[in-house]
Design a protein around this ligand. Structure first.
Ligand code: NZQ
Ligand code: ZN
Length: 380
């Protein structure tokens, strides 16, 4: 048995017509002026923006806006938003979008109080203070709406790195699943793949932590079932809702309880890929890397890989488990190779070097440069 703490202070407001509660949630903490941060405009097409600002107006909250957060968000945009937050003296920040918008908003909240926020990612400084963070989620994938992490790309230095602090938990997050009906199919799938990777990065390190292992199997099965439901009807709100909650639970602390901090090797590889190729979605890269990693490391914990094959994919052995997983992802139209994602073969070595630039990765099996290169070759 290993010891662990579970802590999650985020208030989660889930369900129909919940976005209109944002003004009230901000008022509850005494906010008078908020910086709203958003992406490239999807929230204007699905009415989320209008509902949000109507609610702010109704509750007498002033707001400023910062648009243009890209997928795999950049440090440059973070700095731009910090400057607005400081100039306008806002007392809270509000993310309206997916994980990229939420991560940017979290780092803006802390960046207002830091001399150079990148130093936190370099592990040379700690986050000491942050503005209260609020989020309206429009894409279930990262669970950033209910965790204390953020991942940002420093384009100048070729680094896509994460950071975390208890000060980065959102005060409150809203999930109104029906606003995800406007997601293109590939974004729904990328979100599911990201969450499956979060869960599996804990799961495969498991041995006898039965509660967490069984919860994780239930989450994986729910994600698969919900995506299958959405494949038949993209506007099936019940599947959307079940998918959204399973994804949030995938990385809000619940799925990792007792599971030794997880093995994040696949995430480390995926971050290098999206850093070198910002057009490649985080979840898309994970969907390709994960089966290759499984093949490479499964001998380190064969019982657990066998259990996954049996309980999640209803097949007999490790090899057929990996095969069935690949077939499933293929049936969702997910990419099945790095080549298909647009990665060039001559970049594999550089990607491997980027991945281990801060040291070897992984926990179930510690991976050095040559191992990472091999996995990338498997995935190519
Ligand atoms: O920019 P807009 O116009 O809003 O469009 C977005 C974006 O193009 C679109 N979208 C979002 N909601 C939509 C919608 N389109 C139609 N209808 C809607 N309802 O989707 C596109 C992708 O959005 P993005 O936020 O980039 O996706 P995701 O949520 O997958 O976030 C990925 C980022 O989060 C990081 C990833 O590395 C990546 O940078 N992660 C953050 C984590 C965390 N904070 O805990 C953990 C994860 O492992 C991950 O690393
Ligand atoms: Zn992820």
């Amino acid at each position: 048995m290993i010891s662990y703490n579970f802590y999650n202070p985020t208030k989660l407001v889930f369900g129909e017509n919940t976005i209109e509660k944002i003004g009230e949630l901000l008022s509850n903490v005494g906010s008078k002026k908020v910086l709203m941060i958003a992406g490239s405009g999807s929230i204007k097409k699905n009415n989320v923006y209008d509902i949000t600002i109507n609610s702010l107006r109704k509750n007498g909250i002033e707001w400023r806006e910062c648009w243009g957060v890209r997928a795999n968000p950049s440090l440059a945009k973070v700095r731009e938003a910090i400057a607005i937050a400081k100039k306008e003296k806002v007392d809270a920040v509000l993310a309206v979008g997916g994980g990229s918008v939420i991560d940017t908003t979290k780092i803006v909240a802390a960046g207002v109080y830091a001399d150079d926020i990148w130093q936190v990612f370099e592990r040379k400084e700690k986050i000491k203070k942050a503005l209260p963070i609020f989020t309206i989620l429009t894409l279930s994938a990262t669970a950033s709406e209910m965790n204390c992490s953020a991942v940002i790309s420093n384009d100048e230095e070729n680094k896509k790195w994460g950071t975390g602090s208890p000060l980065l938990y959102p005060v409150a997050s809203i999930i109104q699943p029906d606003v995800q009906n406007t997601l293109p199919w590939n974004q729904t799938v990328n979100g599911a793949l990201d969450a499956m990777a979060h869960i599996m990065e804990y799961y495969f390190i498991g041995t006898n932590e039965e509660t967490s292992i069984a919860v994780n199997e239930a989450l994986l099965k729910t994600i698969i079932k919900s995506v299958e439901g959405l494949k038949v009807d993209a506007k099936d709100t019940i599947s959307r809702a079940n998918l959204a909650w399973a994804i949030t639970l995938g990385l809000n602390g619940i799925s990792g309880a007792g599971l030794k901090g997880g093995d994040w090797a696949c995430h480390d590889m995926s971050h290098s890929i999206s850093c070198m190729y910002p057009q490649i979605a985080h979840g898309g890269a994970l969907g390709v890397i994960f089966p290759a990693w499984m093949k490479y490391v499964c001998d380190s914990n064969p019982q657990q890989f066998k259990r996954f094959a049996k309980n999640v994919l209803l097949t007999d052995d490790i090899e057929s488990g990996i095969y069935e997983l690949k077939q499933l992802l293929k049936s969702w139209n997910a990419a099945t190779s790095l080549r298909e994602l647009g990665v060039k073969e001559e970049d594999l070595r550089k990607l491997a070097e980027m991945t281990v630039s801060r040291g070897n990765i992984g926990k179930l099996s510690v991976l050095r440069l040559a191992d990472v290169e091999k996995i990338l070759e498997f995935a190519f």
